[in-house]
Design a protein around this ligand. Structure first.
Ligand SMILES: Cc1cc2nc3c(=O)[nH]c(=O)nc-3n(C[C@H](O)[C@H](O)[C@H](O)COP(=O)(O)O)c2cc1C
Length: 186
């Protein structure tokens, strides 16, 4: 059966490098169905909003996560950490705590930056946050894309660097294998 992967981009910027990387990923395996899961319409998390039931944007966001076999997060790093918009989205997805849509969901993390550290700090934080909701984050492997502005064609908005394409392809392959072999811990 065709596997479905939800893509969450941690940048809301129109010409986001991370969105370009995510787009490249969606073109790498025809046997996978990729679905963009947008986070720009989510309200700021507030427990008071939950009392009267999730707002419509939140319930569609949670359903979109529930309906896919895995999630790939492709995000920048802000101030050595996870962007606020992404943290906000993950906080929504974490609720209710005992039945989060991210619990036991396979998740991969990718990040790109024009800087030299490839979003390493943000990725460590994101992994830690996801583990708090008992998501199954792909272990060991990392895709840290530094100097991303030199690896894309900014006119065409496409990834051009062959080495980065190979890294992404390998990561995607490992992620798809991971989905099939996730331990069923209760
Ligand atoms: C508020 C802010 C903080 C940033 N902090 C970092 C950082 O800690 N590390 C880093 O590599 N880049 C940092 N940057 C630069 C981003 O990597 C750069 O803006 C990148 O293009 C954002 O990703 P995007 O192109 O997908 O929107 C920061 C940018 C902003 C706006």
């Amino acid at each position: 059966m065709t596997k479905t992967i939800g893509i969450i981009c941690g940048s809301l910027r129109k010409n986001s490098y991370n969105r370009i990387i995510a787009q490249a990923l969606t073109e790498m395996d025809d046997s996978v169905e990729f679905r963009w899961i947008e986070i720009n319409d989510l309200p700021l998390f507030n427990e008071d909003l939950e009392i009267s039931g999730d707002p419509e944007t939140v319930s569609s966001f949670k359903s979109a996560i529930r309906d896919v076999d895995g999630i790939m997060i492709v995000s920048p790093e802000y101030n050595s950490g996870i962007p606020g918009v992404l943290k906000n989205a993950l906080d929504w997805a974490s609720r209710p705590a005992k039945s989060s849509v991210l619990s036991k969901k396979p998740v991969g993390i990718i990040g790109a930056t024009p800087g030299g550290m490839g979003t390493a700090f943000a990725q460590i934080q994101t992994r830690q946050i996801l583990e708090a909701m008992q998501a199954h984050v792909l272990p060991f492997q990392k895709v840290l894309i530094s100097q991303v502005h030199e690896k894309i064609d900014s006119e065409q908005q496409v990834l051009t660097d062959e080495k980065t394409k190979r890294y992404l392809q390998r990561y995607l392959q490992q992620f798809m294998n991971w989905i099939d072999h996730i331990p069923t811990l209760e």
